[in-house]
Design a binder for this molecule. Structure first.
Ligand code: MRU
Length: 348
């Protein structure tokens, strides 16, 4: 298997290219980006999505803006960069990786503030490359830890897409599955379709088919039935933000899966890099939950099936309390029954 079969984002000479995840799996196409503004639009419109991938995209957005401003005066450079940070910070609210990556890019800029604009821009581009490469490496490490939790022959249910497409490569939850398969375990996957944006049906199913890992697609309301039939051995999901007490925000519907998993004594694992853990908040109730356009619920693409004028709610994420989480899989190891103390220790 090649190291990184799916290149969710890639740098091409002087611009960023990202797979347009909105049109997968029927079409496969890269879109080019050359500024913070266009990258922010790519994040907001979900050309790129998934917490770590959003972080990588934002880092390149910062670097692109610096490259565009490399001939500007010091004053213009710093004003332009502030504007870039602001636009990117506002692109999506829930995934902490966005804020983490922008903070890291800002620190890199401040460390080098006495250099020329072009030198700063080059440092920022190098940092963006590092964030991307580190993400793949971290996912592989998490995969190795997580693979040990899965038994040969396991059927693993996953929700949303926490695969290569949600990261720089390999994936978090799907990275655990890929790594288990790489070490010779027979793993099959059940992919929740993940209403309303269908990341499971469109992206997870596609990734698993590409990889030749057996996958069955189900609609979200089928998972309880399959769990009660004993057809699910483990659940592995990703996350957009983990609070310091171990509460986990992930794609809407994850909480339902976790409650059902508890009912049926099925381990519920969450795979994420440390950059997804937000130590500044004490519990999941402080995590901002994105509300997305109503059209995602009333229909799909150009087709509307719900009555015109209907009132709609579309929260894009929910919070699973820590006590429903069997373990969090990170690049520093596996944290069983997560709580504040154990999570803090990961950062020591
Ligand atoms: O709205 P999305 O598609 O960006 O939501 C993505 C998820 O909820 C993923 O499960 C999460 O970001 C983890 S990705 C490794």
């Amino acid at each position: 298997m090649s190291e990184n079969k799916i290149e969710t984002l890639r740098w091409n000479n002087d611009h960023l290219e990202m797979i347009d995840q909105r049109i997968l799996p029927t079409d496969f196409q890269y879109i080019s980006y050359n500024s913070a503004l266009t990258v922010a639009d790519g994040i907001r419109s979900m050309v790129v999505r998934g917490a770590p991938a959003i972080g990588c995209a934002a880092a390149y957005g910062v670097a692109l803006e610096a490259l565009n401003l490399q001939d500007a005066s010091v004053d213009k450079f710093s004003k332009g960069m502030e504007q870039a940070f602001k636009i990117l910070l506002e692109s999506r609210p829930t995934a902490i990786n966005l804020f983490w990556a922008i903070d890291r890019m800002r620190s890199k800029m401040n460390e080098n503030i006495n250099l020329t604009s072009i030198e700063i821009a080059n440092k920022l581009l190098t940092e963006a490359h590092e964030i991307l490469n580190e993400d793949i490496e971290i996912n592989r490490t998490m995969g190795t830890f997580g693979a040990e939790l899965l038994e040969d022959g396991d059927c693993v249910l996953t929700h949303c897409n926490a695969g290569a497409l949600a990261t720089a490569g390999h994936g978090t939850a799907l990275g655990v599955i890929r790594s288990a398969v790489e070490v010779g375990k027979n793993i099959s996957v059940i992919a929740d379709e993940t209403r309303p944006f269908l990341q499971g049906a469109r992206l997870t199913a596609w990734e698993m088919v590409q990889e030749g890992i057996p996958v069955s697609l189900i609609s979200d309301n089928m998972s309880g039935h399959l769990m009660s039939n004993g057809e699910v051995d483990a659940i592995v999901v990703g996350t957009d933000r983990v609070a310091s007490n171990g509460d986990v925000a992930n794609k809407i519907g994850t909480y339902m899966v976790a409650v059902l998993a508890k009912r049926h004594n099925i381990p519920f694992y969450v795979a994420c890099p440390l950059s997804t853990i937000d130590l500044s908040i004490t519990s999941g109730s402080e995590i901002p939950i994105e509300e997305r356009p109503i059209e995602e619920v009333t229909g799909y693409r150009d087709f509307q099936w719900a009555a015109k004028g209907i009132s709609v709610r579309n929260p894009a994420f929910d919070v699973t309390p820590a006590d429903l989480v069997t373990a969090i899989i990170t690049e520093k190891g596996v944290v069983f029954s997560p709580n504040s103390e154990k999570i803090k220790r990961l950062f020591d």
